[in-house]
Design a protein around this ligand. Structure first.
Ligand code: 5RP
Length: 246
């Protein structure tokens, strides 16, 4: 039985996220682990919550590496030791959320525009684990995550990349991601823009080909397709169970 965490009543979705996060931490954050990557999004706070519950002794010699500003604050506010990936380029385990995960553990990430740093930490990790609620659990990418594949692009190249996505790569509805109330483009932690590019089912069934095609475009910094990177994904279900995909 899992410790239910804080006494505040959570919505069913939040309960599912917490269940996935707690179970993944229990399975993958081991006493011998000293470097831990912390991802971004609304599921990751439960990862940190569970790690804190392992106690001060368990965490005193560990270093936690964030994928962005949000997770940096989470680490600091939890009183955990903060590190950086340039100081710790090899990480024991990274746990992160996802926007969608397919049957082969390929993921769409970048709903929070952090996918460049997320990919660096996923790649740096001996074990990369994904945590999410049941809505992210799909057979094929592009089934439930409607906005499409997030693409971080340098500002000077975004018009050309957008045009290429629409006219050559088969994503006619690709759009530049705008901030709320159209206050201008979303700008990433790295000072770049984000394009969201939806592709049809047939293309997404070969997501690594889509990844390669986009990555080759001049000005593309990183693509929010994480193909063949995750070792396991944990999905909290509505009925209180956890679906684990390996
Ligand atoms: C941010 C991400 C997040 O991990 C992803 O959007 C999932 O977020 P949430 O846990 O809120 O569903 O990729 O760039």
């Amino acid at each position: 039985m899992l410790d239910s965490g804080s006494a505040v009543a959570l919505s069913p979705i939040e309960t599912s996220k917490r269940l996935a996060a707690y179970t993944a931490v229990d399975h993958h954050v081991k006493p011998e682990h000293t470097t831990i990557g912390i991802g971004s999004g609304s599921t990751v706070p439960y990862v940190v919550e569970r790690i804190v519950q392992q106690g001060v002794e368990a965490n005193k010699n560990r270093v936690f590496i964030p994928t962005g500003f949000q997770s940096k604050l989470l680490i600091i506010e939890a009183g955990l030791n903060l590190g950086d990936v340039d100081e710790f380029p090899s990480i024991d385990v990274t746990i992160d959320g996802a926007d969608e995960v397919d049957k082969d553990l390929n993921c769409i990430k970048g709903g929070g525009a952090c996918h460049l740093r997320e990919k660096v930490l996923a790649e740096a990790a001996k074990t990369f684990i994904v945590v999410a609620d049941y809505r992210k659990n799909s057979e094929y990418l592009g089934t439930t995550w409607a906005p499409g594949v997030p693409i971080e692009v340098v500002p000077v190249a975004y018009v050309r990349v957008l045009r290429h996505l629409k006219e050559v790569l088969g994503s006619p509805n690709a759009t530049l991601r705008m901030a709320l109330k159209k206050a201008g483009p979303v700008v990433t932690d790295n000072g770049n823009f984000v394009i969201d590019a939806p592709f049809d089912r047939e293309k997404m069934m070969n997501s690594s080909k889509v990844l390669t095609q986009i990555k080759l475009l001049t000005g593309v910094v990183e693509v929010g397709l994480f193909c063949g990177m995750a070792k396991a994904a944990y999905f909290g279900n509505q009925d209180g169970t956890v679906a684990i995909r390996r």
